[in-house]
Write a protein that binds this ligand. Sequence first.
Ligand code: NAD
Length: 262
Amino acid sequence: MGRLEGKVAVVTGAAMGNGWGISKVFGREGAHVAMLDVAEKVFEAAGEFEGQGYSVSGHKADVTDLDGVRKVVDEVAAKHGTIHILVNNAGIARLVPFLEMTDEVRDLHFNVNIKGAWNCTKAVLPYMVEKNYGKIVNISSVTGALVADVGETAYAITKAALWGFTKALAMEVVGNNINVNAICPGMIDTPMVRSGVEAIMPDDPQAIIDALASGIPMKRLGTPEDIGELAAFLASDAAGYITGQPFIIDGGSTLPESNLGG
Ligand SMILES: NC(=O)c1ccc[n+]([C@@H]2O[C@H](COP(=O)([O-])OP(=O)(O)OC[C@H]3O[C@@H](n4cnc5c(N)ncnc54)[C@H](O)[C@@H]3O)[C@@H](O)[C@H]2O)c1
């Protein structure tokens, strides 16, 4: 029996990357997965998983639009009885040096990465409170709270903000049998990272991927399925006594104390 058998999950940003990997592992573990994304590609991804025998549905919605999110969430809850699991994964990253960053680009980060998680939680939490059961997993990052690179000021604020949101919300709902935790990935091989790398070196993006991998103690980037495995654990009852915690999953990239290697 799968770890998430009988559970109904909403995963945002599910068309590709980490959300795709989380949806895949959740489907394999027996959950019904409502895959939500602003991109049409979500239907293709849902079709792919259905073809593998998983119980999934694709839904087009923008996490910055609370009414649109509520419509999808209410439809899913009406069809499946409730929602047990929410993964706030949808996110964007545009790397721009601070003095060159427009307010529009800053606000795009705040709207998608912070308000998106806020909106989806607003829409889903009442169902969890009603049933006295829930697991919320926020996809934060090592960026912001632990490390940062040039151009990441807006992105870093939003990812660090999700640590705070995770802790404060965990305290509010601890009496409702709802666990709230955060996953903080290092460098994961997703379209977000690939497009960033292609912008730096369009002719040979793989050279940058290889250079990034060589700086990680495990000598590889993470995969979306790596994130899915941790999310499935945190969304399962095996993690019932864990709440308000950030979990770093980075192949050891934040580990070295020196540059002497390992
Ligand atoms: N890839 C990494 O190395 C890495 C590291 C740390 C954290 N993260 C986090 O993981 C999450 C997913 O990142 P990824 O690398 O898979 O990115 P990605 O760009 O590969 O995929 C993101 C998905 O989110 C969707 N999305 C974007 N804006 C949306 C919106 N307004 N409404 C609904 N869906 C929207 C996109 O359409 C896309 O399908 C993000 O929160 C990101 O910050 C990624």
